[in-house]
Design a protein around this ligand. Sequence first.
Ligand SMILES: N[C@@H](CCC(=O)N[C@@H](CS)C(=O)NCC(=O)O)C(=O)O
Length: 298
Amino acid sequence: MIGLDTWTWVGLAGVGALLCVGVGAFIIRSRRRKLAAPRDVVVVHHFFGRGLVVPSKSPFPMKLETFLRMTKTPYMNDHSGRMSTKGKTPWIEYNDTQVTDSQFCIEFIKKKMDIDLNRSLSEQQKSIARAFLKLIEENFYWTMCIEMFCNEDNIPLLKTQAPLKGPGFWLYYWFVKRAIKNATWGHGIGRHSVDEVWSIAQGDIEALSHFLGNKRYFMGDEPSEIDCSLFGMLSLLLVSMQGTRYEAFTKQHHPNLLTYFQRMKSTYWADWDNLITSSESFKNDHGKVYFAENVVKK
Ligand SMILES: N[C@@H](CCC(=O)N[C@@H](CS)C(=O)NCC(=O)O)C(=O)O
């Protein structure tokens, strides 16, 4: 009898705990309020807020925000951390439409606003830009994820930038590392050793640097779409990965990438220092509309 009662209590306690977790999760979710966005303003959803040393810890929101800045499209950021229906960030809301994936977001905005940063490129140049976009986002990006989370030399650097400290850091580290291992195993690149991946990364950095050469922008004298993606990824490589062999190799052997990065930063991100969370003047820009003056009054 006593045994049965005990198990009944254990069962009830279990159900109670599950209910508490469920209700708690519901309350937290519903508290992540939707931003009241003005009409005709693009809302960019980010996973985290601004970063310690870069305005976004992820290169994909950096790419998207750079595009919005280049095209002076009215936009605002939502840092509440809601993921897209595909479980990724960034994603956007524009009036009643949701679009996921930075590239689909750019395609959507181009169509809506009738803008095309690639208009002066030939068909052949567009093909080259597309091939480099895939190198940057589908190959090089993963090498950097592997270096940061699978090369233990970089744990001290990760600790300085992680959103959680103490035991929370190890939980965060374990969780992200596992996600990266799973994703890169499926991709294929994660089946190589960390040093083999590093040799792939060196080839990518070299290719980017050689193609850029002395040009002002990646495809020539004028900025084009590929610059948004390259700039986003260089923010990770040259700023977030400070102190790693990736950063050292690039600065030492391919300094044109650094010069290019600095030029893009001063042209499109003059407010960079005010936006990073380590800055004295950091203010969460939740609610601020960039280029509000460009909202077309209908
Ligand atoms: N192709 C996507 C990539 C976005 C992406 O990978 N975002 C990462 C953050 S850097 C993410 O949301 N990861 C969550 C996950 O994979 O579960 C894009 O261009 O938006």
